[in-house]
Design a protein around this ligand. Structure first.
Ligand SMILES: Cc1cc2nc3c(=O)[nH]c(=O)nc-3n(C[C@H](O)[C@H](O)[C@H](O)COP(=O)(O)OP(=O)(O)OC[C@H]3O[C@@H](n4cnc5c(N)ncnc54)[C@H](O)[C@@H]3O)c2cc1C
Length: 413
């Protein structure tokens, strides 16, 4: 730790933009190591950190939306960090300055960009009038209202196609995060059955990819596909949505599907902040080095959905990247310890309604051999445990040990 001539510790000033999975994980990581020897400012335009994985339960099981919102001021207070509730509008990476919406300026020694990605609903004509989604705390309760007024008919759900920078993104998935669509289709099927609407409703899932769930391997497909078939859910592939109308959904290949209720995950794009500051690729995502540092500005770390190589866009990957960034930061400050190697994997749990859930752990997309699922009430209990722990510990994830032993157990199956 750098000290002045009187041996006082010289505090570094770290500004974190974004209090989602990536930003909070970085905060908790460096607080654990440096306690109060760091001057930390966390900037977020929202007042609450949003637990997005719980939004599907808000939209399809009536979970109170407040159970997905963690006040950031409480998080900052518990970590002895300063919370600035404002939108960052510009980064001057040469001068180490961040400009906020009201024109005020923050200086930093190190910057963490953890702004997530923008869900671009406006890119789908007709979405505003006829479309539904679950991706934020406005859309999820809106969907709960819609499904409660649904009287039966055709339901179409799916993910939009997202465009990626040719040079900045190694893996280019057509849909950046298809897991929620899986969870939505099972939860919808369950809801319709519970409300005696399943027999008078069709449920069709479209994907822009060649296969649905193209971020996991064949073993997982072999386990999940029979469950989908048994529930009478139809999957259509290579469908790129172009517009939504009152009773139909239209695709790039000229085809359409009848739909009385259309739910989509919109295309992702990088945040304005990155685009306006000229720090990213043509779509506003930043390619980093293997330590999650900006290639031209080494005192800037980029973690989570706004990192070009976060693929698929998952909270789990955001936290893995934050761990790498925090270890690289600590290594530079203390000259000790090693930098964690980034080993991406897909890890998520999809509720299937009632006490059923499917846990997925796969690294085949990254050249690995792990490709496992765990189906049933135990997976449901785990999802409940993860979400509840995270909510009541202000955005922390369950103890490392628990997750590691779970992963080891699955790998040994
Ligand atoms: C419905 C749904 C279900 C999901 N389920 C899962 C799951 O089960 N498992 C899983 O691993 N992943 C899941 N994901 C993906 C996961 O939520 C994201 O990958 C994760 O939230 C990304 O974390 P992040 O920190 O990069 O960004 P975010 O969580 O999006 O946080 C970014 C923060 O930055 C703030 N911000 C943005 N721009 C600015 C600015 N200019 N100034 C100030 N603040 C700013 C935002 O307000 C926000 O608080 C799901 C996503 C959705 C939509």
């Amino acid at each position: 730790m750098p000290k002045d001539s009187d041996q006082r510790v010289l505090k570094k000033r770290v500004v974190i933009i974004g209090a989602g999975f990536g930003g909070l994980r970085f905060l908790y990581d460096i607080k654990k190591q440096f306690k109060n020897d760091m001057d930390i400012v966390i900037v977020d335009e929202r007042e609450t950190s949003l637990e997005k994985p719980s939004l599907v339960e808000v939209a399809l099981a009536g979970k109170p939306v407040s159970h997905t919102q963690i006040p950031i001021k409480n998080i900052a207070k518990s970590q002895n960090a300063e919370f600035v509730n404002s939108r960052a509008t510009m980064i001057d990476a040469e001068k180490n300055l961040v400009t906020l919406k009201d024109g005020s300026i923050l200086n930093y020694d190190y910057l963490v960009i953890a702004t997530g990605a923008v869900k671009n609903y406006d890119a789908i004509p007709g979405f505003k009038e006829y479309g539904y989604s679950v991706c934020d705390d406005y859309q999820a309760p809106r969907m709960w209202n819609a499904i409660n007024n649904f009287k039966g008919g055709n339901i179409v759900i799916g993910a939009s196609k997202t465009k990626w920078g040719e040079k900045s993104t190694d893996i280019k998935l057509d849909a950046p995060c298809e897991g929620p669509i899986g969870e939505i289709m099972f939860m919808l099927d369950f809801f319709l059955r519970e409300h005696d609407l399943r027999e008078i409703s069709s449920l069709t899932v479209f994907t822009p990819g060649k296969i649905f769930f193209d971020d996991v391997g064949p073993k997982i497909h072999k386990k999940i596909e029979p469950i989908i078939t048994k529930k009478g859910i139809k999957i259509v592939t290579e469908k790129v949505i172009t517009r939504i109308e009152k009773n139909s959904v239209h695709f790039e290949d000229g085809t359409e599907l009848p739909s009385d209720l259309t739910l989509v995950i919109p295309p992702y794009t990088g945040p304005e902040l990155i685009k306006d500051s000229g720090l990213g690729d043509e779509y506003g995502f930043i390619r980093t080095d293997e330590h999650m540092r900006h290639p031209l500005h080494q005192n800037i770390f980029v973690v989570g959905d706004c990192n070009a190589n976060s693929m698929p866009k998952l909270g789990h990957i955001a936290t893995l990247q934050a761990d790498v960034a925090a270890s690289s930061f600590a290594n530079e400050i203390t000259g000790k310890g090693s930098v964690i190697k980034f080993k991406p994997e897909v890890f998520c749990i999809m509720n299937r309604g009632g006490v059923e859930a499917t846990l997925i752990l796969s690294d085949t997309l990254f050249g690995g051999k792990v490709d496992k699922t765990l189906n049933g009430p135990i997976a449901h209990l785990m999802k409940w445990g993860f979400d509840t722990y995270s909510y009541y510990t202000r955005g922390k994830l369950p103890p490392e040990l628990l997750q590691k032993s779970l992963e080891t157990m699955l790998k040994e199956f």
